[in-house]
Design a protein around this ligand. Structure first.
Ligand code: GLN
Length: 191
């Protein structure tokens, strides 16, 4: 079954997500304006800098347009900064622009300066093998609402969560070459 997946291309590592989709044989579209959302089954929000992504998305009318899309059934997958943008609450940054469609409280740069970036195998629920998670100045989900399913944890804290068709990872699946999580998102998007 066909279907186009969008990648929010305002800032961050959207090219790596596009490449992952290409390798999966899926048509990918860079999203920079609300009209680019038309007909999409899913939207990936990349890692990068969440303040910048949030500000630009608001400026270009994408915050409102994506929120409406999600209400109408668009699947969304946020990785790292993208996950922060999806969150209802960003701890310590009450005014940071965000989509707020995922009922979590997220802490930015939650691993501290000493361990800013690392790679760690995580066990994702339903996946037969461990998944190598690349964490770069990564956030953590500190509070997770009742309707939110935790799909993977690190040190007892959630790092991959799902609420309906909203998926969020505090790590970067687009940097390892392992396509399983993208594949999972395609299924969530109905592809
Ligand atoms: N630390 C970044 C932020 O808070 C996220 C880092 C990333 O996306 N790798 O926006």
């Amino acid at each position: 079954m066909g279907g186009v997946i969008g990648v929010l291309a305002l800032q961050g590592d959207f090219r790596e997500h596009k490449e992952a989709l290409r390798r999966l044989g899926v048509e990918a579209r860079e999203v920079r304006r609300p009209e680019h959302l038309k007909g999409l089954k899913g939207l990936i929000v990349p890692g990068g800098e969440s303040t910048t992504i949030g500000k630009l998305a608001r400026e270009y009318g994408l915050e409102e347009a994506v929120r409406k899309g999600v209400e109408e059934g668009l699947a969304v997958f946020g990785t790292c900064a993208g996950a922060i943008w999806l969150a209802r609450e960003i701890l310590g940054y009450p005014d940071q622009p965000r989509l707020g469609v995922l009922d979590v409280a997220v802490e930015r740069n939650a691993f501290g300066r000493q361990v800013e970036s690392f790679r760690e195998d995580i066990q994702i629920r339903g996946f037969p093998e461990p998944f190598s998670g690349v964490f770069i100045r990564a956030p953590l989900f500190r509070r997770v609402g009742e309707g939110v399913e935790v799909l993977a944890e690190l040190g007892g804290l959630p790092v991959l969560v799902r609420q309906g068709k909203v998926l969020a990872a505090s790590f970067h699946p687009e940097l390892t070459g392992n396509l399983r999580l993208h594949q999972y998102f395609l299924e969530l998007s109905g592809l």
